[in-house]
Write a protein that binds this ligand. Structure first.
Ligand code: ASP
Ligand code: MG
Length: 600
């Protein structure tokens, strides 16, 4: 006998008939001998309707009362679902978030879960009942009702699965699972059988938003296997699991994504000294602006340039903050562009395969797409392109990696992949205590920085004057791949007018032992004096869970390095880690500074 948590989204409980169908699915698991907890969202669009209603009463509804109002949506669905289950002859009981003891902080409309007591759930389960819990809501220490942010029922479901040590969390929704990319944009997108937490996190904020990002962070932290599947079809959906389990059938690249609502900000002519980057981002972090891609390239003539992207809606606000910060740091200018889009490929397999970057860049070149900016992480390569070319770029990349082709060794199953199950069992100890769950940190959803790393094995190659036109990155990385050299960080900045032609600065890191060979290959390609090399750099990384949804991790990293008087020469960031390069001599001091800053 196992414990299974199921979650039904708003569309899957939108009508009485659908509620009966959901009841049937819960009963099916119950009849297979499992204990079942069901988390439900509000019916259909009722949360939107409640928000509308509040806004008719007052344009800016107070957050506490909004939470009081919105929580009623889920209260309706839990009661109806419990009735439906009982009417089919199976005992069932419904609970609100506060009744079940989901304690959150007091940030109304975006509260985070602190802890969950398991007593009441356990005793109802032991009485043979199917337990129905209202998603998206909790209660703070003072008994105020809170909500977890739009889409928060996913997070409730995964959190319950974590505290109760469920063998899986089934997410029933109106799509078949997670796709290689958005099927509305690329018709031959393919449903994935498995995807790892990190891949899902990298995809989620890239527009492939099947699930609430915070729920994936939760699942990763507590090793909860998630099964995303269609509410009204029996088919197996997509398993979101630990990397080991996901990789058994993994291709090198798992998916591709397009984020259309990005806007770019570039700060030029920044003095190249410690603390400048921190000065630039401090206030954005304080104002909770989520910064996405951050790219800083090697300084030229003593001046550095930093480019980053924010949500298009945050552009005005960000610009007013950055203009001031940039002036305070002595920058020459701030520029922005709201007509950009980000295209990314994601895959855990990238860590061990080379040639992924060149394949992506060649596909973009063949489609005539100019790359404005590049940043990479261990499992993702992202490029910024003109928004008008976003969809074409996505299609070209999806086709280049043949993501529509089913990998050879597929295995369909109702049950969680074995490795995931073992991990859950292994983790039962620390996750749960008798009555309440307390993670290693004070709140279950707190940011966890799991590791700080120093890598001193790399060299940096910088190409100073790369013409700003399609196909350039493809040429460069073709030469590198043909030399059998593995590329790690890649950073390409915005273009700059040199003479009459626009140019970009492209730099990347490779193993130090390959530096001479790389310089030879590139000099042959680009001519003398076009390649600069730093044979030894230090790469410092901060990684963990929650980097995306907790703003300010990058800023804390920059602050720690600034305080240690360390100059940052290259930055790239992703959902799960932030990498910076500094000169080799500062590696150890930087590592110590970061360990102190993040308490490791
Ligand atoms: N009903 C809430 C919302 O629409 C929570 C959820 O559906 O996950 O945001
Ligand atoms: Mg939802």
């Amino acid at each position: 006998m196992a414990i299974v948590v199921q979650k039904f989204g708003g569309t899957s409980v939108a009508t009485a008939t659908k509620i009966q169908a959901a009841a049937r699915r819960a009963i099916d698991q119950h009849e297979r001998g499992h204990q079942v907890i069901v988390v439900v969202s509000a019916m259909g669009h009722s949360t939107d309707e409640l928000i509308d209603l509040a806004k008719q009463v007052t344009p800016r509804p107070p957050a506490r009362e909004l939470d009081m109002l919105l929580s009623t949506g889920e209260q309706v669905s839990v009661a109806l679902l419990a009735m439906a289950i009982q009417s089919q002859g199976v005992p069932s009981i419904s609970f609100t978030g506060s009744q079940i003891g989901i304690v959150t902080d007091s940030f109304h409309t975006k509260a985070r879960i602190r802890n969950i007591s398991t007593d009441r759930m356990k005793s109802a389960l032991d009485d043979g009942k199917i337990v129905i819990v209202a998603g998206f809501q909790g209660v703070d220490e003072n008994y105020n009702i809170t909500t977890l942010g739009r889409g928060g029922s996913d997070t409730t479901a995964v959190a319950l699965a974590a505290v109760i040590c469920a063998s899986a969390c089934e997410i029933f929704t109106d799509v078949d699972g997670v796709y290689t990319t958005d099927p509305r944009l690329v018709p031959d997108a393919r449903k994935l059988d498995t995807i790892s937490y990190d891949e899902m996190l990298e995809m989620a904020s890239l527009g492939a938003g099947v699930m609430h990002s915070r729920s994936i962070e939760f699942a990763k932290k507590y090793h909860v296997p998630i099964h995303v599947r269609h509410a009204s079809r029996p088919d197996v959906g997509t398993w979101i699991v630990d990397e080991l389990a996901a990789r058994r059938m993994g291709a090198v690249v798992t998916g591709a994504a397009l984020a259309k609502e990005e806007a770019r900000i570039t700060v030029r002519g920044l003095p190249d000294r410690p603390g400048v980057v921190h000065g630039l981002f401090r206030e954005l972090a304080e104002r909770h602006v989520v910064v996405d891609m951050i790219v800083q390239n090697v300084a030229k003539d003593g001046f550095a340039e930093v480019t980053f992207t924010v949500d298009e809606d945050d552009l005005e606000n960000s610009l007013s903050i950055v203009n001031k910060a940039a002036a305070a740091q002595g920058a020459a200018s701030v520029q922005s562009d709201r007509e950009v889009a980000k295209v990314s490929v994601v895959g855990s397999g990238m860590k061990t395969h080379y040639g992924v970057a060149v394949r992506m860049f060649e596909a973009l070149a063949a489609a005539g797409v100019n790359i404005q900016m590049i940043t990479t992480s261990e499992i993702k390569i992202s490029v910024l392109v003109a928004r008008s070319q976003g969809v074409d770029a996505l299609r070209a990349v999806h086709a280049a990696f043949e993501l529509e082709v089913v990998p050879a060794d597929l295995r369909f199953s109702e049950d969680p992949p074995e490795i995931a199950v073992t991990l859950v069992q292994k983790n039962q100890g620390p996750v749960s205590t008798e009555n309440a769950i307390v993670g290693s940190a004070p709140g279950m959803e707190d940011l966890v920085i799991s590791d700080v790393e120093l890598d001193r094995s790399q060299a940096r190659i910088t190409l100073l004057n790369v013409p700003d036109k399609p196909g350039q990155a493809a040429l460069v990385f073709r030469a590198i791949a043909d030399s059998g050299i593995n590329v790690d960080m890649i950073v390409q900045d915005m273009s700059e007018e040199v003479g009459r032609e626009a140019h970009t600065l492209l730099s990347f890191s490779i193993p130090s032992r390959d530096a001479i060979q790389a310089v030879e290959a590139l000099t042959q390609l680009l001519g003398p004096n076009s390649v600069a090399v730093d044979p030894n750099i230090a790469k410092l990384s901060v990684m963990g869970v929650g980097i995306r949804s907790h703003t300010g991790v990058a800023t804390r990293m920059f602050a720690a390095l600034a305080a240690a008087n360390i100059n940052i020469s290259m930055i790239n960031s992703s959902e799960v880690r932030i990498n910076v390069a500094t000169d080799a001599a500062h590696g150890e001091i930087g590592l110590e500074a970061l360990k102190k800053a993040f308490d490791i």
